[in-house]
Design a protein around this ligand. Sequence first.
Ligand code: NAD
Length: 360
Amino acid sequence: MNYKIAVIPGDGIGPEIVNEAVKVLDKAGEKFGFQLNYTKLLMGGASIDVHGIPLTEETIAEARDSDAVLMGSIGGDAKTSPWYQLEPSKRPEAGLLKIRKSLNLFANLRPAYLYEELKAACPLREDIIGGGFDMMIMRELTGGLYFGERHTTEENGVKKAVDTLSYDENEIRRIAKRGFDIAMKRRKKVTSVDKANVLDSSRLWRAVVEEVAAEYPEVTLEHMLVDNCAMQLVRDPKQFDVILTENMFGDILSDEASMVTGSIGMLSSASLNETKFGLYEPSHGSAPDIAGKDIANPIATILSAAMMLRFSLDLDEAADAIESAVKQVLKDGYRTGDIMSEGCELVGCTRMGDLIAERV
Ligand code: NAD
């Protein structure tokens, strides 16, 4: 089988970590009998340097014409990079928002899983994380506050800024369905997170999620206020299976969840539309502070590539093999700097990619 994969290396450590993911994918292809044909695309700062804008219509069309998109990450150091002298709509991050919207990638999946070997990096006490945790954060990605109308005005010398948080029931229903579908393949529990004690948009969210829940009698649904959820994530992360939430809450909670796993360098993500198509990228940013030094952790990107095989290409066996190879490499004691602990062997980005590819 042949597949067309759009690859967006991006900025900072993006090209380094994407190289390693491609290496591992090619090894899986050899072993499981499929071939991925890659088209390299520019986005973020790399696109600004060439085209003056962070994402061109041609790039969107190329991405849409692929079976899936694999991305590194985009952006630079906001204090020093010239990209941040541009108006906000021309900065690297605008490309990310635009590609999500253009490809209708409304469902963002971020697993937060505690690897036994990395327990020491988890900032929570042993009695809290004993037995590990394994949750999936499902965040709505193309609506809510980040896409609502906004403006800044000034009246009588007083500046005022307004952002709008809006959701319609269809936007809520489609993400809720995705959340319940994923829960059916896991431990069959959905925690829907909102702020229904204050926000109208949250009250609608809650009502629609309950309607959808009625179609999934095997799944247990609970509602949780976002402030409580932020606490529960550090008090008892084991209680969560699928966390279903809107855009801004998901943005914040998924970073918190990533912190309790110990390393941002380990966390994959997928953004999906209503079909099999998806964009796969690590949860972390472009880490300009360590770019070009061959010290970045490529595992989040490699695990994102495994998610791509599973969700977009239905190559579950190959995805399992990559995930097992990651576990094995950790068991064998290899670590990049961000997850290094005593008694382990420190390796760079390229070597980590080689070690994982060898174990696929
Ligand atoms: P970041 O995630 O890039 O870095 C935060 C810290 O984690 C840094 O110390 C970095 O060195 C470290 N880190 C991140 N990934 C790592 C890895 N794979 N291995 C080892 N260490 C790693 O966040 P930031 O510094 O806030 O953002 C840097 C740039 O990335 C900004 O321009 C931001 O806008 C952008 N960004 C992009 C995305 C994306 O492309 N989806 C997401 C978040 C941030």
